[in-house]
Design a protein around this ligand. Structure first.
Ligand SMILES: [Zn+2]
Length: 274
């Protein structure tokens, strides 16, 4: 089954209120939510309060592990392991808490390591980090994400092959792939190979504007999301397709709430009512 979702942030619901904001999206097929867990800074408390509130209200809530500095598995297989374990413990435990609260198995999206060292070293850091997260969790379903270019850095997860290889090597039923449709356009990659498609269990969907900035609603036609979804469906995809919008960037979009609802209507038309 494919379930459509929206990556929610407290800012979206601040003015309209949670259900007023979500109602038009739900009316067009939205079913699940995703939250990015950054446990440092002002956003953590409102974010975790909103996520818990949504789980209690019966939404299946999925999570994105923290990825902004200093959250980066660079050094996990060597000098930074203890530091990183203590940094990531809180958000990972929160995802598990929500899983118990709502009695479900949440997706937990994870980025590979980036840094200034060799790709082999960063791959080892990412492998060790993923193994640690698997050992720390019981219910979270880890999704290693394909990432956009990060100029000036070496990063694990910028090619289909890197993502597939790590997931295959670790070979765990709770480790699969998150395909971000916008990221693969930014990497200039075509459709993924069969082994990537068959290991994909989670999707991030958004459009790029004409300056190729990402995380917009599906209004520009710069991401071939229909073809991407169809390729996944042909491969028997089951999982969440979560729309990730950058609220600050998309604030310039005219009548944004209507555009968001229309994006769900368009996606529902492609996947069929399920
Ligand atoms: Zn991500």
């Amino acid at each position: 089954m494919i379930e459509l979702g929206f990556a929610l942030h407290p800012k979206w619901v601040e003015q309209p209120g949670r259900e007023n904001f979500l109602a038009p999206l739900k009316a067009n097929g939205m079913r699940v939510l995703e939250f990015t867990l950054h446990p440092e800074g002002d956003e953590w408390e409102p974010m975790r309060a909103l996520a818990a509130e949504c789980v209690r209200a019966g939404y299946r809530c999925y999570f994105h592990a923290p990825y902004k500095d200093p959250f980066n598995p660079d050094g996990f297989a060597s000098a930074r392991r203890a530091e990183l374990e203590s940094r990531y413990a809180l958000p990972i435990e929160f995802a598990e808490q929500m899983a118990r609260l709502g009695n479900y198995d949440p997706a937990l999206v994870i980025h590979g390591a980036h840094g200034k060292t060799a790709l082999a070293e960063l791959t080892e850091d990412t492998r060790a980090f993923l193994a640690w997260v698997i050992a720390r969790t019981e219910r979270a379903r880890l999704m290693l994400e394909i990432l956009p270019p990060k100029p000036g850095y070496v990063r694990v997860g910028e090619t289909y092959e890197q993502v597939v290889n790590l997931v295959r090597e670790l070979n765990h039923p709770r480790l699969n792939i998150c395909w971000d449709f916008g990221h693969t356009v930014l990497q200039n990659l075509g459709l993924p190979p069969a082994d990537f498609l068959s290991a994909t269990r989670h999707v991030h969907i958004h459009d790029l504007n004409d300056a190729f900035e990402d995380h917009f609603p599906l209004i520009y036609g710069n991401v071939p999301w229909q073809a991407d979804l169809r390729a996944l469906m042909q491969a028997g995809f089951a999982g969440a397709v979560v729309m990730e919008i950058n609220g600050y960037r998309a604030a310039s979009v005219e009548n944004l709430p209507a555009r968001l609802a229309e994006s769900f209507a368009l996606m529902t038309a492609v996947i069929g009512n399920s």
